[in-house]
Design a protein around this ligand. Structure first.
Ligand code: IPM
Ligand code: MG
Length: 358
């Protein structure tokens, strides 16, 4: 038995509800793969702010650094929107990403089972689509300096900086190519090289890195076109690598081919400790009502097992259990005719039952 320390930071809104279901799945599957778990919970985001006055207390950060992997629910909500920027819930998440040096964010958008009919896109457009968005996560306009709001010539001016160094681009490009190598060997690098110098450099460096991956078919696409193409014909894509902000936007778009943001898991890797979180947010409108879809969070546990503990097989089993569960049961976000509507807790239980079959 090997022991793994897992930090769970449930966060805000539906974060705690979906975390609870995901932890049960983790606890159920771990022993089958010889994993013993030490699970600790710490606050992050608005919940942490309410308790301590900061969205990322030192205790949480230290616990994250001392763990083998972090599982994060969601952060943010209207309650904290008026707070000063420096203590907003989102700052907690961003600080975790940057302190853990998680520069690569993997967001796989696939259609699980007959969820194809839950998408707002036509079934024939999304059936069989399988896109992995590799998003740069610790650089770009999210972290660039200078940034702020100040008074210039008698009016307020807000500014941010889109900056990428060659080494930052090189390391994320490498992840993009490596992931593409394990998939269909097609990589689309998304930039705005026609307008932004920083992404002109992005395109150059990605092309250079490509020389080391001759088997991967590399193409480049402008971000606006990529947004359109994801909706027009998502099946043309295999692996996509892009900047922090374009990745934020395009992964939400890609999520919609899966029917719901509630289906999309993510893995943030690159540093010594991986962090796993659903792509959806805290969904304050449905929080505390047992309506949330826990599947993105449960699938994030699968990604943890795959990427932090090298247990791809466990990830596959979780995916199969999710597909089987969706055959019969649905939460409201992916509800369809002929299926049984259930809540967050029951969905977690159904996945646990389905796990027994695989
Ligand atoms: C995401 C979210 C975050 C981001 C927010 C909550 C800071 O939208 O993970 O996609 O912009 O990265
Ligand atoms: Mg986002």
């Amino acid at each position: 038995m090997s022991t793994k320390k897992i930090l769970v930071t449930p966060g805000d809104g539906i974060g705690p509800e979906v975390s609870e279901q995901a932890i049960q799945v983790l606890n159920t599957i771990a022993p089958r793969f010889g994993l013993q778990l030490e699970i600790t919970e710490k606050p992050v985001g608005g919940a942490a702010y309410d308790l301590t006055g900061t969205p990322i207390p030192d205790e949480t950060l230290q616990a994250a650094k001392n763990s083998d992997a972090v599982l994060l629910g969601a952060v943010g909500g209207p309650k904290w929107e008026a707070l000063d920027f420096s203590v907003r819930p989102e700052r907690g998440l961003l600080k975790l990403r940057s302190e853990l040096e998680l520069y690569a964010n993997l967001r796989p958008a696939v259609i699980y089972g007959d969820l194809v009919n839950a998408s707002t896109l036509k079934a024939e457009v999304v059936a069989g689509a399988d896109l992995m968005v590799v998003r740069e996560l610790t650089g770009g306009i999210y972290f660039g300096e200078p940034r702020g709001v100040e008074v210039r010539n008698g009016e307020r001016v807000g500014f941010n900086t889109l900056v990428y160094s060659e080494s930052e681009i090189r390391r994320i490009a490498k992840v993009g190519f490596e992931i593409a190598m394990k998939r269909a060997k097609k990589l689309t690098s998304v930039d705005k090289a026609n307008v932004l110098e920083s992404t002109e450099l992005w395109r150059e460096v990605v092309t250079e890195v490509g020389v080391d991956f001759p088997e991967v078919e590399l193409s480049h696409m402008y971000a606006d076109n990529a947004a359109m193409q994801i909706i027009r014909n998502p099946k043309q894509f295999d692996t996509m690598v892009t900047t922090n902000m374009f990745g934020d936007i395009l992964s939400d778009a890609a999520a919609m081919m899966t029917g719901s943001l509630g289906m999309l898991p993510s893995a943030s890797i690159g540093g010594n400790i991986g962090m796993y979180e659903p792509v959806h947010g805290s969904a304050p409108d449905i929080s505390g009502q047992d309506k949330a879809n826990p599947l993105a969070m449960i699938l994030s546990v699968g990604m943890m097992l795959r990427y932090s503990f090298d247990l791809g097989e466990a990830d596959e089993i979780i995916k199969q259990a999710v597909v089987k569960t969706l055959d019969t049961y649905r939460t409201g976000d992916v509800m369809a005719e002929g299926k049984t509507l259930i809540g967050c807790i029951e969905m977690g239980e159904k996945v646990l039952e389905a796990l027994e079959d695989f």
